[in-house]
Ligand binder design. Structure first.
Ligand code: F6R
Length: 600
């Protein structure tokens, strides 16, 4: 949600800034802008729309500056426009600010500053930051002015700030991600590692409440009270190849096809034939209840996790939308384990829900993809997915790897509590990458079927048991990238209302593989067929009964019920992708969305 990139070094900053923004564009693409430090003044260039628009503008200028900051925006306060694009300047145009997050008290601050004579040019919350620094610079140096400003802000921020005449970038973090890349006589500041990786693997992660002063040769991190913080330099594990499209038309398609490998990576070193190895600093015997908090696709993997933990460990589980959880004074005990599931590890609602559970005494665990992300550093213990960077806005490989990690965790708790483990699950788990590959081999068939759906205005996705969250995820994928209105339902709920929607124009996708709900699903398919709905069924090879009821089928290999979501979601991801692509939509950057939702 908004991407920040900054450079200070010896190279021309502009191409590096534009390139950095391109890497971060998945975080928002409403507008983009850069600000360069020129001798004693700032040069700002902004454009509405994608980073490409900005690139076209900067191409026409000769810009020798070697220090600059930049931003790609996902609008929160103020419409997407050039006026609201970052960087935002003060009245004298001496201070420039780029910001990811929300300044919650900006209205009060703005009123105050306006009374003092400051003129605002945008509708954003961010602009108060540059004017506050301007105000405090009257009696303080740049650094002190930033510290004084930060003390007045409420909300969340990743900030990068330039001041004319000062050869440095000051950055600050609270609630939004910020990483510093350390090169040879050059420094790179970014919202996430994907923009830094091609320059250096040496990085520093910042904690909430920290401010860092960066120059060409080094950096100094301070707390709000001015105390210096010693930071550790860490090594990024990803390589550059992982953040390129590797011949695929879109990142989403590449990431769908990466799933056999991604799941193998989640499993690597964590299972033998009869043991699960996780380094978790939690006593399994002390856990009496699990509460999972997550958003979107990660929430749906939590719903599957509920089935898994109840079945494998016989533990009670609650799954909560992170955005709802924290506002209803939830009852939490010391024997609760709160699990935050998040691909990015930066989702503001998930982080806040986790902190609420922690504050009330729960032990915490993260199931996270992005190493070093905020949530991964807040939890007592964690399981990294090792799925590699997920760049496509629609989450795919993170979902299947999250389920894989949840299976591992459930087996681990079973093993630690009962000194035994269900070896059949382990055996089947090891076969999953190959089974996913078998589904991927049918991509051309799914592409052809997408033609039957692409002109529909609505679609229903139905499943039962383990397949119900898969139906929810299939519907979410379709609606978010193809803009077709889609709903996921437990199949048996149809007759309590939604079946009224079904007619010959309604495609209905059934997950009808041969699990313990198969007979029931067949009845639900009959109900739809009787009302002329068009059925696409996901079935196991050799299926006859569901296939006879369906207009179209896609086969997924048989596995045990509790692993079936990992395999059955693959054709639904492909379907959403091919429908959206056939409609000519920019699949990796669907309208109104951003990858990492760092606002509440
Ligand atoms: C959907 C999607 C979102 C995310 C949600 C949570 O395709 O990507 O629904 O799943 O925003 O994000 P993370 O997992 O990063 O917390």
């Amino acid at each position: 949600m908004c991407g920040i990139f900054g450079y200070i070094g010896f190279q021309k900053a502009t191409p590096l800034l534009v390139n950095g923004l391109r890497k971060l564009e998945y975080r928002g693409y409403d507008s983009a802008g850069i600000c360069l430090l020129e001798p004693n003044k700032l040069k700002t260039i902004k454009a509405k729309g994608r980073v490409g628009e900005l690139a076209r503008k900067v191409d026409n200028e000769i810009l020798p500056a070697t220090i600059g900051i930049s931003h790609t925006r996902w609008a929160t306060h103020g419409e997407p426009s050039e006026r609201n694009a970052h960087p935002h300047l003060d009245c004298q145009e001496k201070i420039a600010v780029v910001h990811n997050g929300i300044i919650e008290n900006y209205q009060a601050l703005k009123k105050l500053l306006e009374k003092e004579g400051h003129c605002f040019l945008s509708d954003t919350d961010t602009e108060v930051v540059s004017h506050l620094i301007e105000k405090f610079c009257l009696n303080n140096n740049f650094e002190e002015a930033v510290l004084k400003t930060l003390a007045l802000l409420e909300g969340a921020w990743g900030l990068a700030i330039l001041k004319a005449g000062e050869n440095k970038i000051i950055a600050a973090k609270k609630g939004s991600p910020l990483i510093l890349g350390i090169g040879n006589n050059e420094m790179f500041l970014a919202s996430d590692a994907s923009a830094i990786l091609e320059h250096t693997k040496k990085v520093v992660y910042f904690n909430d409440g920290e401010m860092v002063v960066i120059d060409q040769k080094g950096f100094l991190t301070k707390m709000a009270n001015g105390d210096i913080v010693k930071k550790e330099i860490q090594e990024l594990k990803w390589d550059v190849g992982q953040i390129e499209k590797a011949g695929f038309k879109h990142f989403m398609l590449k990431e769908i096809f990466e799933q056999p490998q991604a799941i193998a990576n989640t499993l690597r070193g964590r299972i033998t034939d009869n043991e699960v190895k996780l380094s978790i600093d939690i006593d399994p015997a002390s856990i009496k209840r699990i509460i999972m908090v997550a958003c979107g696709t990660s929430f749906y993997s939590g719903l599957i996790g509920k089935h898994l933990f109840e079945k494998i460990c016989r533990l009670p589980v609650e799954v909560e939308y992170a955005s709802e959880f924290r506002y209803r004074d939830p009852i939490i005990n010391n024997n609760d384990l709160a699990i935050a599931i998040s691909q990015s590890g930066e989702t503001a609602d998930t982080l806040a829900a986790l902190n609420e559970a922690k504050r009330k005494g729960a032990k915490t665990l993260g199931i996270i993809n992005v190493v070093g992300s905020t949530i991964s550093r807040e939890v007592d213990s964690g399981i990294y997915l090792h799925a590699g960077p997920e760049i496509g806005v629609a989450s795919t490989k993170a979902f299947t790897c999250q389920i894989t990690a949840l299976v591992l965790l459930a087996l681990y708790l079973q093993q630690e509590k009962n000194a035994q483990i269900d070896k059949n699950i382990i055996k089947e788990l090891k076969l999953i990458p190959e089974k996913i590959q078998q589904v991927l081999n049918q991509a051309e068939l799914v592409k052809a079927l997408a033609n039957f759906i692409k002109n529909s205005s609505n679609a229903l996705f139905l499943g039962r048991g383990f397949s119900y969250p898969v139906a929810l995820e299939g519907a979410l994928k379709l609606k978010e990238i193809s803009y077709i209105h889609a709903e996921g339902y437990p199949a048996a709920e149809m007759k309590h209302g939604p079946i009224a929607l079904v007619d010959e124009n309604m495609p209905v996708v059934f997950i009808a593989t041969n699990d313990q709900t198969y007979e029931k699903i067949l009845s639900n398919m009959q109900e739809i067929k009787a009302r002329n709905g068009k059925i696409l069924a996901i079935v196991n090879p050799g299926d006859i009964r569901a296939s006879q009821l369906a207009n179209w089928t896609i086969e997924t290999p048989k596995t045990i019920d509790l692993l079936s979501p990992i395999v059955n979601v693959i054709p639904l991801q492909l379907l959403a992708y091919y429908v959206a692509d056939a409609k000519g939509i920019d699949v990796d950057k669907p309208r109104n969305l951003a990858k990492s939702v760092t606002v509440e």
